[in-house]
Write a protein that binds this ligand. Sequence first.
Ligand SMILES: Nc1ncnc2c1ncn2[C@@H]1O[C@H](COP(=O)(O)OP(=O)(O)O)[C@@H](O)[C@H]1O
Ligand SMILES: [Mg+2]
Length: 497
Amino acid sequence: MPLLELRGITHRFGAVTALDGVDLDVAAGEVHALLGENGAGKSTLVNVLAGGIVPDRGEVWVDGEVVRLRSPADAARRGIGMVHQHDALVGAFTVAENLALGLPGAPFSSSPGFLEAVHRRAAAASPLPLPSATARTDTLGVGERQRVEIARAVADGGRLLGLDEATAVLTPAEADALLDATRALARDGMAVVFITHRLAEVERVADRVTVLRGGRVVHRAARGGFDPATLAAAMVGAAPEPLPAGPGRPGGEALALVGLAARASDASRGVDGIDLSVRSGEIVGVAGVDGNGQRSLAAAVAGTCAPSAGEVRIGGRAAGRTGPAGHRALGLAIVPEDRRTEGLALDLSLAENLLLDAGALGGPAWGTRAPRAIRRAAAPRLERFGVTADPGARAGALSGGNQQRVVLARELGEPPAALLLVNPTRGLDLRATAFVRDEVRRLRDAGAGVLLVSTDLDEVVELADRVVVLSSGRLSGPFPKETPRAELGRAMAGGAP
Ligand SMILES: Nc1ncnc2c1ncn2[C@@H]1O[C@H](COP(=O)(O)OP(=O)(O)O)[C@@H](O)[C@H]1O
Ligand SMILES: [Mg+2]
């Protein structure tokens, strides 16, 4: 008998059918992968099994009986816990306080002894090292916060763990540890629903896979029967044809960094002695391991941090200390690293987010136009970038792929002279990734000078016409795009190229 079974689950959000008659069963001791593109319905489905959403139709069976899960607490009582796509910890609370939240008989003024005991139990149940009990969770990194959430889900009688795109936010090493931990949990009898859009992860951790597309199950397979090509085809359906990746035809200088030194904040690594020129019609890729100065480099180019030496030139003109607005006025478009904190105002509508770049919708901006007129103006632009949500929808409610499309719709609607992109496809699924990369090539071919800062070496090699490497705050290269990876890897590690 499966531990958990979903039968004929259907759920709508307004006009969108997020789930359409989905069946899924999960047994103790198995990792069941849920694979699908952005918007396929994966998060909605695990929210149903974790009590966050009561579906319009269908049945949830636990231990062979029909149950109604009306809240996450309801699900937790049956041993079902969940690690969400965006973490659900209370930042101002400590690790132990977060672990204690929601435990029966845990008033918030819990004694230190009680909190210590909760932390000890969670650490013992957890497959990964747990940060210390007294650390405030808002001082922890993404990977550490995730470990607190996992421990909370598996401690105290946890039997089923849902992981929603948990590896997407992790470094490769952290992701690796999480995949190992997932297998270890299953060996100990835990049922795991593992959501991902990465085929390699299915291959590595899953016993079975269910592929969702458009809210329907389109493919199922068990270990031994995983075929990457079939899985990919099931995920994307008829994939859009990518544009041919023709070589760029570089023209005049679009963006130049001259003797640049900058530091984005005390906490980040600075850059020094940066000389780089990006011509119009070419993509220059900055490869490197995260933490080698990417943040400072991007901040200086975007104008959010003033250089301590040297200068940024956009379209042949020195940007000086004009800040982001000044850099934009010279023709720079910016697709920032974190679409949720830097790219979008999550509480505003999509249409209002387009207006954040005055002129993106043509004509006057804030306050002078009626909301309905703004939405009408935004609709065609959003549609052109494939955003499948209403212009009046709150940006924060969208999937990562849709959020990135909104950022692109604002930044790239009018072809810019120069474009800065920072990790533009991190956390996106195959189709959204292909869309972003095609847009970047299209703009390059239309004459934009593109500076791509990415910690994904595959992405840099795929897109860039020339590659430079950022290591310990300094650039090496340029390397032609045919350069062997081993050589780029040596430069990334700081060795002699
Ligand atoms: N709270 C919500 N309000 C409106 N639409 C939503 C909401 N949550 C999800 N959707 C829509 O439901 C569909 C499925 O979304 P989701 O389950 O998040 O997909 P996935 O996790 O596979 O990316 C998408 O079209 C999404 O835009
Ligand atoms: Mg999701």
